[in-house]
Design a protein around this ligand. Structure first.
Ligand SMILES: [Zn+2]
Length: 348
């Protein structure tokens, strides 16, 4: 069968193999036919050789961690043939650490977890894959075109879950949320904020393209100026750019008892002249919290599936700015300036 692969650590090794072996039974009893995979920055980093690890005993890593497929067979009866399904990306470490031991592999403490399409497990950019029932998430049948958004949605569902948990330290009633960065993660974070009834603000550099209208369709206010000049104090900020200046301004801007969730990954290496003492003073005197968030566990995947089923399918569809047939796979990994989410289509 066909599979999109790289040799991890070797730039330029991206290939569409025609003779990749069918998924081994050990991968799980649920056999799935691929519909599509979403492409994100992690895939690009793996293709550039900066990241990624092949499964033990193999040189090749199949890409793809934002999955959507249709069940072909499930002898466990968890799902029915024809059901839409996505695969949970991360698996717990074998030790396991205290968090993996309670199925919170998103909080793994020793880094020995594995991840489909990223770290030591084959990804979902292949025509068929298999899942264990505990790592298969069924999707609303209406999500055939957009169900590959479940993985990025699970990431923001976790961010909101942890914001709630931190908020419970006191009597906390957030009224508004600021999302910095209107890429797929930022817009999905804004979707979940709007579903919570918050007054939503989205900040992004873009003044053209689809982002302002997508934010507007959620009822969110869209800002493209500097963060420190916004005329309100956010109760919650979900920072999705990873841009160092935006990260620092978010920590300074959040209102009293506010929560800043850092969900964007900076590349590092940029030195900024910054008054760290003033930031410390603000965080202490306003009881503010800044925390990082990555990945998602089963609870978050289930919450994400519910959030997508409640969302407007047309709005979700507009996040997918390009669908690339598998035969033209390389084009999917060259995002354009107006792209939000590019999808590799296995049905074309
Ligand atoms: Zn662990």
């Amino acid at each position: 069968m066909r599979a999109v692969t790289v040799i991890p650590g070797v730039p330029g090794s991206l290939r569409l193999l025609d003779d990749y072996p069918d998924p081994a039974n050990e991968e799980g009893p649920i056999l799935v036919e691929a519909i599509s995979v979403g492409v994100c920055g992690t895939d690009i980093e793996i293709i550039e050789g900066q990241y990624g690890e092949a499964p033990p005993g193999s040189d090749h890593l199949v890409l793809g961690h934002e999955s959507l497929g249709r069940v072909l067979e499930d002898p466990t009866g968890t799902l029915q043939p024809g059901d839409l399904v996505a695969g949970i990306v991360r698996h717990p470490d074998p030790l396991p650490c205290p968090n993996c031991a309670v199925d919170e592999w998103d909080m793994c403490r020793n880094g020995m977890f594995t991840e489909h399409g990223i770290k030591a497990l084959p990804g979902f950019a292949r025509e068929r894959w298999r899942l264990q029932p505990g790592f298969a998430v069924g999707l609303d049948p209406a999500l055939t075109e957009v169900g590959m958004l479940l993985e990025p949605t699970s990431v923001v569902a976790k961010a909101w879950d942890h914001i709630d948990r931190i908020g419970r330290r006191t009597e906390w009633q957030p009224r508004n949320a600021l999302i910095t960065g209107a890429g797929p993660i930022g817009l999905l974070a804004a979707l979940l904020a709007s579903q919570r009834g918050l007054s939503v603000h989205v900040l992004d550099l873009a003044t053209e393209g689809p982002k302002p209208a997508l934010a507007g369709a959620l009822g969110a206010a869209y800002h493209s100026g500097p963060l420190d000049q916004l005329d309100f104090e956010p109760d919650v900020i979900i920072e999705c750019t990873g841009a160092p200046v935006v990260v620092l301004e978010a920590m300074c801007k959040v209102g009293p008892t506010g929560i800043v969730c850092l969900a964007g990954v900076s590349s590092g290496g940029r030195i900024i002249d910054f008054d760290a003492g003033a930031l410390n003073r603000t965080l202490v005197l306003e009881n503010n919290v800044v925390f990082g968030s990555v990945n998602a566990n089963r609870r978050h995947w289930n919450g994400a599936a519910e959030a997508l089923s409640k969302a407007d399918p047309a709005w979700l569809g507009a996040l997918v700015t390009r669908r690339v047939p598998l035969s033209e796979y390389a084009a999917a990994y060259s995002p354009g300036p107006q792209d939000i989410k590019v999808v590799l289509d296995f049905t074309a």
